[in-house]
Design a protein around this ligand. Sequence first.
Ligand code: NAD
Ligand code: MG
Length: 399
Amino acid sequence: MSVQNLTLLGATGSIGSSTLDVVARHPERFRVHALTAHRRIDELAELCRRFRPDRAVVADADSAIRLRTLLAAEHPACVVDHGAAALCEVASAPEVDTVMAAIVGGAGLAPGLAAARAGKRILLANKEALVMAGDLMLDAVARSGGLLLPVDSEHNAIFQCLPLDAHARADTSRVRRLVLTASGGPFRTASLDRMRAATPDQACAHPNWSMGRKISVDSATLMNKGLEVIEARWLFGVTAERIGVVVHPQSVVHSMVEYIDGSVLAQMGQPDMRTPIASALAWPARIDAGVKPLDLTAVGTLTFEPPDFVRFPCLQLAFDALAAGPWASIALNAANEIAVERFLAGRLGFLAIADAIRATLDALAGSAADSIDAIFELDARARRVSADFIDRQPRAAAC
Ligand code: NAD
Ligand code: MG
């Protein structure tokens, strides 16, 4: 067994820390080449002291100076860089085997694509990269001979239930439907009035999973499931009609594959991201993830219900965007990122997140998205349209 040289994009995040927890259990398998973080420099310094990467990347020059100072005594050999180009460099460096793509949002696309073009083994948590540029990402992986392994728990579950070739490509020819499970989030049973008044802390209080704040809000609006439907379309090459969503509040069944003979295969486990992370890190082998065993007798009951598209319009918006074409997924994702950011800053009401996305889709209908430059341009335009829409909302209605 050869040691995998690993770049971890987004090391200070929720997926980043779960990844390092698994990596630390298997020093004979993994070596950390690079760690990256945006702004939490003290935390990154601590991780660099512990995991001793060759390189670290941060957002800007000031943060780089600070990190170098913090590492001067204990890990001076670490080369510290900053900026988007440096992220792409550590994602594609020749000495790197594996890239964990765990940056949140569209900022993860460029380094993800760099890793794909360089033929890396990519462990993909950053679903937004596929939502924005699924076609380009898959094409780059195929041309370079790389591997794309899903970390998102639903997609990792489906991946585990599908027949795969040596390049981790799934055969879905005998599949009737992929069924993504959704916990329903903190507002699964909430009234519209309660949702209208929801605060950022309430929206981030997920019943089963502990995650970063952006994905937590996405889980509360069900936009997370919408993004995952688009992610599944690209990862597994199935059309939207063959992707279903079912609400499963216990988060034990992580997703299912329904075959044409009526068989339904499900992957189950604790709601702990270390399981899909370990599965992707070691694929096709299995390694200990530090996750406590699933005791179904303690869980007792597993329940399933259909999603409510009225209280959770973001899920419908995502299905509509997938049907409308790649431009719509890009606009949806960008508008959502801005709306969630404003919601978290207390400047937009929870239910108005969907309004900002709808307005952006209406304004940008049919935009070009046929190259990576066009994608980034459309992403930037959609962010501006969403922000303008939010700024025009009367303060009382917005919050
Ligand atoms: P997080 O907010 O906890 O961490 C995000 C990481 O990205 C941090 O290390 C941060 O420094 C870095 N980052 C943020 N903005 C950046 C920028 N502009 N440039 C470079 N780096 C930047 O997020 P998370 O919950 O770990 O989620 C990361 C990704 O994984 C998201 O795409 C999310 O949808 C996906 N994901 C997360 C979970 C989960 O359980 N947390 C589950 C499935 C998928
Ligand atoms: Mg998920």
